[in-house]
Design a protein around this ligand. Sequence first.
Ligand SMILES: [Zn+2]
Length: 472
Amino acid sequence: MNAASDLYDLARGNDPARPYWNPERETMAAEPMAALQLQKLKAQLHYLEQNSVFYQAKFKAAGFVPQDLRTIADLAALPFTTKDELRSSQDAAPPFGLHQAAPMDRIVRTTATSGTSGQPVYQGYSREDVARRSESVCRGFWGYGIRPGDRFVNAFALSMFSAGVPFNVAIEHMGVVSIPAGAERKAEGVLKILRDLRATALVATPSFVAYLAEKAPEVLGIPASELGLRVVCGGGESGFELPAFQREMERLWGTKHVYDWASASDAHPNVFAHCHVRDGKHHLTPDLVLVQLIDPVTGQVKAITEGAEGEYIVTHLDREACPLARYRTGDILRVRTNPCACGRTGFRMDIVGRSDDMLIVRGINVFPTAIVKIVGTFLPQTTGKAQVVLPARGPKVEPPLRVRVECGEGVDPANSRELADAIERRIRADLTVTAQVELVAFGAHERTAAKTRLVVIEPPADGAQGSQGSGR
Ligand SMILES: [Zn+2]
């Protein structure tokens, strides 16, 4: 394995003027980066062959010989790894599964996936995995302008979440004041911590960040903008990448520094994060995790070029405890590759949807996140919150697509037919599907620290509506 010592550089925090946490890796040109990736990929595949029972079996079944790999493209001969395989692997050899590649006495940290779509998958980390995770997180937060002296509140869930305790360890590593408030403390508790500790930065899910701003006057007697936060950021669901949501959070929190973050629990230390330009989230860890795009239907690798769309798969280049190769994350990205003014060279992306959330409306692929993005352009008449309501499980859905939209404060759903019509028109224009928008009152949507559900299944009460659709 590659030594993590070159990454674990505490001195980086001593020069707040520098724009990047790791200038060499964040601004590396494409060719040397590809050469570094290939060199690390070869070493990692050799490591898997030596140490991972899961990958030994996978290589053998596919006739894949790591030593034969000459180019990154040769990796396509290896079949994908899926979440279901990780669950079976874990069931067969608890706690971490047959894909565990480091002995237990080298493992020092655990996290888990949320388990919203089944049994959670547990991840182990070696000491070096922890160092690389901290490195990846520091690259993102440094790019947001967070520096030693800042007081940084983490209001993601702390329990087992890969952006929970691991974020706070990374924040300490940056030399920044780490404040592990946690979503478990609820809005009232987090708001008091923001005030009492004179916080300057906050990370949480966008729905929780919005909820905190809404509750601040009631809990603290002052608007959120008077708390003095300089950086407000987060991820885990759609929100911070939307210009309308950004503007609303800028107004509510009184800062221009509102940023988005994306990563997948199984894929750490992979990180995508905004730079100050906010034109998509940069891939910040190409030296640690190889990210490739595939066509979600055919599985063919697609080139990462301006405007390309596809599901992203990850191959760890540097992970010791539970490394994965050609792992399907299920997230569909749209990428940007034209140069960014910030000087970082990693491609930029936004998540378009989940491959397993994709709906097919009369042959047209529609992602619920695309609907939410459209609704987000109707702030403040709406809160930007929306759900797709299906009569039965997708992906095939008969039009019109039912969309439930939460009205903004002071907007009466019963007297806002024009607003509903406007949203329907925009959905038809942008996504070429017919929608039926039903408005609900401000506050009707559940707002919790957890992720907001984008799709709900509500079978029709009288069967009248269900008779139109196949529902399957
Ligand atoms: Zn940039």
